[in-house]
Design a protein around this ligand. Structure first.
Ligand SMILES: *[C@@H]1O[C@H](CO)[C@@H](O)[C@H](O)[C@H]1NC(C)=O
Length: 445
């Protein structure tokens, strides 16, 4: 998760939009998404037609570790009460510091407990219709130099897909970590460097991706897995975009359509590019179909965003809906959250504080005190106003994203955060139940 606020702001247009009503006629025989301007395009899971928005939730911090989602796995390394020295910053270093055997024990215990069948049942009962499951390349293949554990992640993924199917949920399988890292975020497995497009690395990622595409496009999975995300959040402003397109994304598309002869839907993350950037790349037309754009949206990764008042947060959220209406690709907001602060411990990474309270410790960031993070994870200390603002913000985003293909909130559970934990948000009345209920209707009209 990261937000390039200037890019997003440049794409920001605050206009009013009335949701267009009629659902386009279906063509049950195909998964094609033919562009018709401003039409809502929803996938119907039963017959391949279009009628319901994706209302999904991310299974974050499970098959790829994120310190802020499961801090207990990382707190085990604590050396002193004053700072985070010695605590691994990501899964790569978690494995490296523990060694294969111990890392495997701890990870297998995590994989088999953090998500279980009851979670998928609950997710379905709460009205979600899809789960997005991040997984790293090392679940399928490791390099000789890798400290990563290649354990039962793939089997866990398949078990999750089976449970999803049992409870009527659809699945996006999401390659969240590439060899060398595609963005340098801890959630790619390896924080710091970005070596995704180095040829040797790229070849291995491609071979893993092709394996995933072949497997999850096969008949066994096609009814439940309705999308494979080619790579999560490649850091467009740093990567060579032409290489990303021509050496990775386009070959993957060609592989699926031409080699596998499959209609599987392929998900392309927007690489932090502005709206309409992708309009001419694998654009829907006679020869190209089934490519869905994934836009991620947050307002907590810069001081400017954090300082906005709730009305501005809502306005920006609504602009995320109107912003995609004339994109050529069908799109889904594959990540967003309820968060109005970055206070959750380690949200910005192990050893890095929060911009919100001015404790951010990467140099030269220019962040400043906006408010206190004290007791952020104790809902009994939240003011009524904060609860109302959070609920308002959640609802505005759902309304915005349902102007087109729908949404997948980040993420279903965490060990201790509120703002990033859908289970707690539901429990605390900050996320709608039923899922279409609104306390603040029409915010984006
Ligand atoms: C990467 O794969 C291509 C195509 O298979 C091959 O020609 C090339 O030698 C590989 N490069 C490396 C560095 O492994």
């Amino acid at each position: 998760m990261v937000s390039f606020s200037s890019l997003l702001l440049s794409a920001l247009s605050i206009s009013t939009t009335v949701l267009s009503s009629p659902i386009p006629a279906k063509d049950a025989s195909s998964l094609q998404f033919v562009h018709e301007s401003n039409e809502k395009r929803y996938y119907n899971y039963d017959d391949g037609s279009l009628n319901e928005p994706i209302r999904g939730v991310n299974i974050g911090g499970w098959l790829v570790l994120e310190p802020y989602i499961t801090p207990s796995l990382f707190e085990a390394f604590r050396t002193n009460p004053y700072n985070d020295d010695g605590i691994p910053v990501d899964e790569f270093h978690f494995c490296e510091q523990l060694g294969q055997e111990t890392a495997k024990d701890r990870l297998e215990a995590h994989w088999s407990t953090f998500y279980q069948e009851a979670d998928f049942k609950n997710i379905a009962e709460e009205g979600f219709n899809l789960i997005r499951i991040p997984i790293g390349y090392w679940a399928f293949q490791t390099l000789e130099s890798d400290p990563y554990v290649k354990g039962s992640q793939e089997a866990k993924m398949d078990q999750a897909i089976a449970w999803a199917e049992k409870y009527g949920l659809k699945v996006w399988v999401d390659l969240h970590g590439a060899v060398g890292s595609q963005n340098g975020f801890d959630n790619s497995g390896l924080r710091g460097s970005i070596d995704f497009l180095n040829e040797e690395n790229l070849n291995i990622t491609v071979s893993v991706l092709n394996y995933m595409l072949e497997k999850y496009s096969s008949d066994k999975y096609l009814d439940t897995v309705i999308g494979v995300e080619l790579i999560n959040e490649p850091l467009g402003p740093v990567l060579d975009m032409d290489q990303l397109k021509n050496s990775y994304l386009k070959p993957a598309y060609d592989y699926v359509r031409n080699n596998l002869n499959s209609d599987q839907i392929l998900i392309i993350h927007d690489a932090f590019q502005p709206f309409n950037y992708w309009d001419d790349f694998l654009a829907p037309g006679e020869d190209t179909w089934g490519v869905v754009l994934d836009h991620h949206h947050y307002q907590v990764f810069s001081s400017g965003e954090l300082a906005r008042n709730i009305d501005d947060h809502v306005k920006v959220a609504c602009s995320w809906g109107t912003g995609v209406l004339d994109e050529s690709h069908w799109s889904v907001a594959g990540e967003f959250s309820a968060a109005l602060t970055d206070c959750a411990k380690w949200l910005n990474g192990v050893g890095i504080g929060a911009r919100y309270d001015g404790s951010y410790s990467k140099p030269n960031d220019g962040s400043y005190y906006i408010g206190s993070c004290a007791n952020n994870e104790d809902i009994t200390t939240w003011s009524d106003e904060r609860k109302q603002d959070t609920r308002r913000y959640v609802e505005a985003q759902l309304d915005a994203f349902e102007m087109r293909g729908g949404w997948i909130i980040w993420c279903y559970k965490t060990e201790s955060s509120i703002e990033w934990d859908v289970q707690r948000l539901i429990f605390d009345g900050l996320f709608p139940q039923p899922i279409t209920a609104r306390q603040y209707p029409g915010q984006c009209n």
